[in-house]
Design a binder for this molecule. Structure first.
Ligand code: AQP
Length: 344
């Protein structure tokens, strides 16, 4: 018989989020995710952050580059302010419980739910028949990443909202199908000025590490000159900046640069426009570059320094995986019991 399980109100306040080592970190990843991970550390939550390498291989990755990107991402987390003692920091494949729970969730999620996922449609493009099965199943693995820790809060960028809704649907269906209150209904935390940082070349497209155009994004490894050059060349319109946020409507490129400034400066968009309203981009862009370099250079310098010591990074990841398994293993065991698996 299944023992009584926790009720939702008894779940520990626990934050989980991850980033794919599918290339270098972008300013979008930093402002939309990592900077906010740092803000949530040391609050009233346990914080668990992951390099989601199993997600990265849903699209083919060169093995040597994947190894490097995973270590560099770990260095990025630390350089941005994640303390591997205070938070649990590890890579996904080192904790097999993620993939094990994902299989259970593959059997809970419905084909129709997965077929509605816009990220799959975007990433698979016109050639969906040739996309990997893993890319299609990605959101079920993401649900497992979150729920294997009974995470209650997940800070993400706007692009992950639909996957978070699916995570809630999977938890609800599992709880309903097995008559338990075992998995929490996780809250997405999507807030701040930079929940969707756009491409510098096209204000209708998300800034992304896999965009073929390097000029479309600021990489966390870019040096000061490169950052300044990319901002100087960023697409804009001919008008001056408005002095109120509603003046940014239908001006996606202008809105993007103002949002980036606001997020980097920890200011509201309104406060930025109070100062910058009336300025031409020729005047605003250098101010933005200066701020971006001031905020990002210390992180990229520290990231480069830490990345050089692969042995030290591996030790941090190993220790993080050990701590993650201490949380994940009992939750997987209980899930297996609920589902009716014998043994384990
Ligand atoms: N442009 C963005 N603006 C705000 N947040 C963003 N995130 C990603 N891009 C932006 C957030 O970063 C976290 C980690 O994302 P990910 O690496 O797991 O995958 P992704 O969302 O698919 O990011 P990319 O850069 O576009 O990667 P590729 O190109 O490999 O697909 C998430 O919280 C995401 O919301």
């Amino acid at each position: 018989m299944i023992e009584a399980v926790q009720t939702s109100s008894q779940f520990t306040q626990r934050v989980f989020s991850g980033i794919q080592p599918s290339g270098g970190l972008t300013l979008g990843n930093y402002l939309g995710a990592m900077k906010r991970f740092v803000d949530m550390q040391g609050q009233d939550y346990e914080t668990i952050y992951c390099m989601v390498d199993l997600h990265a291989i849903t699209v083919w990755q060169d093995p040597a580059k994947l190894r490097h990107a995973t270590r560099e991402l770990c260095a990025g987390f630390i350089a941005a302010g994640i303390d591997p003692e205070q938070s649990i920091l590890f890579n996904q494949s080192a904790v097999p419980e993620h993939a094990q729970l994902a299989w259970i969730f593959n059997c809970v999620a419905r084909m129709g739910w997965m077929q509605r996922m816009t990220q799959f449609k975007d990433k698979a493009g016109k050639n969906a028949q040739n996309a990997s099965l893993g890319l299609f199943a990605y959101p079920a693995l993401m649900a497992a990443d979150i729920l294997i820790y009974h995470a209650t809060h997940v800070p993400v960028g706007e692009d992950q909202k639909q996957h978070l809704e699916l995570t809630r649907d999977i938890a609800t269906k599992f709880n309903h199908d097995y008559g338990v209150d075992f998995f929490p209904i996780t809250e997405p935390v999507i807030e701040g000025a930079a929940t969707r940082v756009m491409s510098l070349r096209d204000g209708s497209k998300k800034m992304s590490k896999s965009d073929p155009s390097d000029a479309s994004r600021i990489n966390m490894t870019d040096d000061a000159d490169t950052i300044a050059k990319k901002i100087r060349k960023a697409k804009t319109d001919p008008d001056a900046l408005p002095s109120e946020a509603k003046g940014l409507e239908n001006r996606p490129e202008a809105r993007n640069l103002v949002n980036i400034y606001a997020a980097l400066a920890d200011m509201s968009v309104e406060a930025v426009l109070k100062d910058a309203g009336g300025k031409q981009f020729s005047e605003f862009k250098p101010i933005l570059s200066e701020l971006a370099v001031a905020k990002l250079a210390p992180i990229s310098t520290e990231m480069a320094r830490l990345t050089q010591d692969a042995g030290e990074i591996d030790k941090i990841l190993d220790r993080g995986a050990e701590r993650a398994r201490e949380v994940a293993a009992p939750i997987l065991k209980k899930t297996y019991e609920i589902v009716g698996m014998v043994g384990a």
